[in-house]
Design a binder for this molecule. Structure first.
Ligand code: C5P
Length: 285
């Protein structure tokens, strides 16, 4: 018996930091979309009470520091099942990139364990249980295109998928720590993208309007620490992107293009500059 789950990456087309809460977390308003770049997880039951994670990635911990490990422990505590779990993780999404790879792996684990042990857990409960592990996990549990608010726990799917387009992802060879970015920003100094207009554009299937309203409150801070982010963004526009924005807390920059040939041109032009370059589509709902 085995369960295979795909764990798609996410991009932030819009990310607005509204304010800092008393508990230190930040109230956010985001438009997130799943894209056609995914990790692949295979879950198998074990007789022994063990969690074993095997992965092709040399960078990831396979102990309790891994989100997959934590998700299995949370499932076991809340929906007791017998025995352990063996997880094979084929890692394709860049790590610490702002693409939600770790969160999507955890979301795939909640879904996979639910199926493997027939636990009949409700989506709502999984979303609630997942938030202490990572604030992007509730979105990753649902996927597609959504307005995400609160810390990340309020996920409202949009009435339409993203207008079809090509997405170029470029990750410079640096890792950005999300807690560090959030601890360094001063909310009063941040720019605020107009998330309502971005949402409206997507729901009107208006690609041009959508490209005008991409924005990320965290971009200026990350780019001030890592100027390469700004350089990538400028080059994307120079090579013909319709728009370019940093995803999450970075450092990956996302370019949107209507034409496939244009997306390939941007990708090829940036390959000499960065090693991790991808051309993908958004996922249909
Ligand atoms: O998403 P994740 O839980 O991995 O977030 C990492 C860190 O980013 C949190 O521990 C917190 O410091 C910060 N954060 C925040 N407000 C949010 C989401 C994350 O301050 N809404």
């Amino acid at each position: 018996m085995e369960i295979i789950e795909k764990a798609p990456a996410k991009i932030n087309l819009g990310l607005d930091v509204l304010y800092k809460r008393e508990d230190g977390y930040h109230e956010l308003e985001m438009i997130m979309a799943s894209i056609d770049l995914a990790d692949r997880l295979t879950f198998r039951p074990l007789k022994e009470e063990k969690i074993i994670i095997e992965t092709n990635s040399g960078f990831l911990p396979t102990d309790r520091k891994n989100n997959i490990f934590q998700a299995i422990e949370v499932m076991k505590k809340n929906y007791p099942f017998e025995g352990g779990v063996h997880v094979e993780l084929q890692k394709n999404i860049p790590v610490a990139a702002g693409l939600g790879g770790g969160s999507s792996d955890a979301a795939a684990t909640f879904r996979g364990i639910n199926k493997l042990f027939q636990l009949n857990a409700e989506m709502e409960d999984l979303m609630r249980l997942s938030i202490p592990i990572g604030t992007d996990i509730p979105f990753c549990l649902q996927g597609s295109t959504a307005l995400v608010t609160g810390l990340g726990e309020v996920v409202t799917p949009l009435s339409k998928p993203l207008p079809q387009c090509w997405v170029v992802l470029v990750k410079p060879n640096i890792s950005v720590s999300t807690p560090r970015v959030f601890s360094k920003i001063n909310v009063d100094d941040l720019p605020h993208p107009n998330i309502s207009l971005l949402k409206e554009a997507i729901e009107q299937d208006d690609y041009k309007k959508m490209t005008k309203h991409l924005g990320n409150s965290l971009e200026a801070y990350t780019a001030s620490k890592y100027p390469v982010v700004k350089t990538i963004q400028e080059r994307m526009i120079q090579f013909g992107a319709d728009a370019a924005v940093m995803s999450g807390s970075g450092p990956t920059v996302v370019a949107l293009c209507e034409k496939h040939s244009r997306a390939l041109h941007i990708a090829n032009s940036l390959k000499g500059f960065c090693r991790e370059v991808y051309v993908v589509r958004t996922l249909k709902q």
